[in-house]
Every structure is written in structure tokens, then in C-alpha cells.
Design a protein around this ligand. Structure first.
Ligand code: FPP
Length: 247
């Protein structure tokens, strides 16, 4: 019998962002090549999209490949790119079957042409889907995203499309890769590491963090539910006070 995940009285985070970490250690523990950890990690990504949707999450954003990951051995980079290529190819059918909208954040210029073409095809073919909003970071780095946003805004100012005085949070956000996506409510990082690694630095300003020792390939619906239970114990104040101050 399928395990029950009671949702009554729970505040389900609208947007969950995940730093999926620990693929390499998962493989090492099993004396497998690192790439097998990534293969299993990709399967976990597919499953967690369904689980997140089942639990009522509306937006899920995962960090698949960072601007810093290019410094890994070329063989590993090539294996990850192959995996992403296959994933993107199969994803169109699966996303449409699950009514899932897929977007990719990150700088596309450094990716092979066939990869960014697949990304464009996938985004276009799923843009009207109304189920889970799934976003994948590929060659994504938050500082790079912010610099690209600033350059583009500078270009628009030069062209007269906007003025320096118009710059506010809303305008700036419209230049980020995540434009149109609400900020994450909950950030999960697996494998025991507790850092942000250049992930969504602007967008995580008021996000609750949840760290778990579980290695990404072992992450599952139970773990996601645990993270949501923890999230429900937090008091989000957004810089304000919980109660009216007694003056
Ligand atoms: C994290 O584990 C994994 C990565 C940075 C590599 C890429 C992720 C995948 C292949 C998952 C697939 C994603 C999609 C969207 C299909 P690590 O290698 O840093 O692990 P370690 O810290 O244990 O070495």
C-alpha cells in the first residue's frame, strides 16, 4: 500500500529549490564510477518532480550544473553533458504527459549548440503546461546571472528603453533568468554540505534553509515530506516582527 503523506493543516511551500549534492559520494560508497552517481541522480530528479507535485509544490528548481562545474575533469564534464542531453531529449514527452512546464536558467552560450537547441524546444513545447513549474540550472551561477542582468539593463538604458531612476527590485528581477518565477520558500541541500555555492543568491533572500545528510541519489518523497514538516516549524518574519510590539 502506498505510504500516506498527510497534508491537512500543512503549509506547503509554493517554491522548493534544491542543491542536489552527493552523487559522487553515493557512487564511491558502492565502488562505482562517479558517473553512475550522476545517472542515479538524474533518475532521482525525475521521481522528485512527481513527488513534489503530489505534495502540492508548484515550483521546483534544481541546480544540475554550475558555472564552476566546468573545472571538473573533462571526462566527468562530458559524461554529465551526455546525461543532460539525454534527459532533455526524453523530457519533452514526459513533461507534456505530466503537464509540467520546464524552464532552464543559466548562460547558454557555453553549451553545445544541440543542447541549447533542445532547451529552447523543451521550453517552447511545455510553456502552456499548468502543472509543476520545473526549472533546471545548467551552466548557472548566481553572480553570472546578476552580471548578465546588469549588462542587459545597461544596454536598455543606453537605448532609452528605461532610465536609471526606474531601477527598483521589480525591474531588476525582470532581467534575471528567473523572471516570472516567485522566490523559493524552501531551499534543500543534500549530502551534509551547508553552503549556497553561488545558487540563486538574490532569490534566496528570505528563504528557509533545510540541510540533510542524505546523498542526492537516495533523496525521496519521505525526505521531501520531512523537509516540508521542518519548514512548517519555522516562523517566517521577512525582517518584521511576529507580534505587535508592546510599546
Ligand atoms: C552533485 O553531486 C552533482 C552534480 C553537480 C552533477 C550534475 C547533476 C546531475 C547529473 C543530476 C541530473 C540533473 C538533471 C536535471 C537530469 P557531486 O558530484 O558534487 O557529488 P559529490 O559532492 O559527492 O562528489
Amino acid at each position: 500500500m502506498a505510504k500516506e503523506y498527510p497534508l491537512e493543516n500543512l503549509n506547503i511551500p509554493q517554491h522548493v529549490a534544491i542543491i542536489l549534492d552527493g552523487n559522487g559520494r553515493w557512487a564511491k560508497k558502492r565502488m562505482l564510477p562517479r558517473n553512475m552517481g550522476h545517472v542515479q541522480g538524474a533518475k532521482t530528479v525525475e521521481q522528485i518532480c512527481e513527488d513534489a507535485h503530489d505534495l502540492g509544490v508548484k515550483y521546483l528548481t534544481v541546480y544540475a550544473f554550475s558555472t564552476e562545474n566546468w573545472s571538473r575533469p573533462p571526462k566527468e564534464v562530458a559524461a554529465i553533458m551526455k546525461l543532460l542531453r539525454n534527459y532533455l531529449k526524453d523530457c519533452i514527452k514526459r513533461a507534456n504527459n505530466h503537464d509540467m512546464r520546464v524552464r532552464v536558467i543559466g548562460e547558454r552560450g557555453r553549451l553545445d549548440e544541440d543542447i541549447w537547441q533542445k532547451i529552447e524546444e523543451l521550453e517552447k513545447s511545455t510553456c502552456e503546461n499548468t502543472g509543476l513549474n520545473f526549472t533546471i540550472g545548467i551552466n548557472y551561477g548566481s553572480r553570472d546571472e546578476m552580471l548578465r542582468a546588469m549588462r542587459k539593463m545597461g544596454e536598455d538604458i543606453k537605448l532609452g528603453a528605461c532610465e536609471v531612476e526606474d531601477i527598483d527590485e521589480k525591474l531588476y528581477e525582470s532581467y534575471l533568468d528567473t523572471a516570472g518565477i516567485p522566490d523559493p520558500d524552501l531551499l534543500i541541500r543534500t549530502s551534509g554540505e551547508q553552503r549556497l555555492s553561488n545558487y540563486l543568491l538574490w532569490q534566496l533572500a528570505y528563504t528557509e534553509f533545510y540541510f540533510t545528510d542524505v546523498l542526492w541519489p537516495d533523496f525521496n518523497k519521505d525526505e521531501l515530506y520531512q523537509a516540508i514538516l521542518q519548514y512548517n516549524k519555522r516562523q517566517r518574519r521577512f525582517g518584521g516582527l511576529m507580534e505587535e510590539p508592546k510599546v
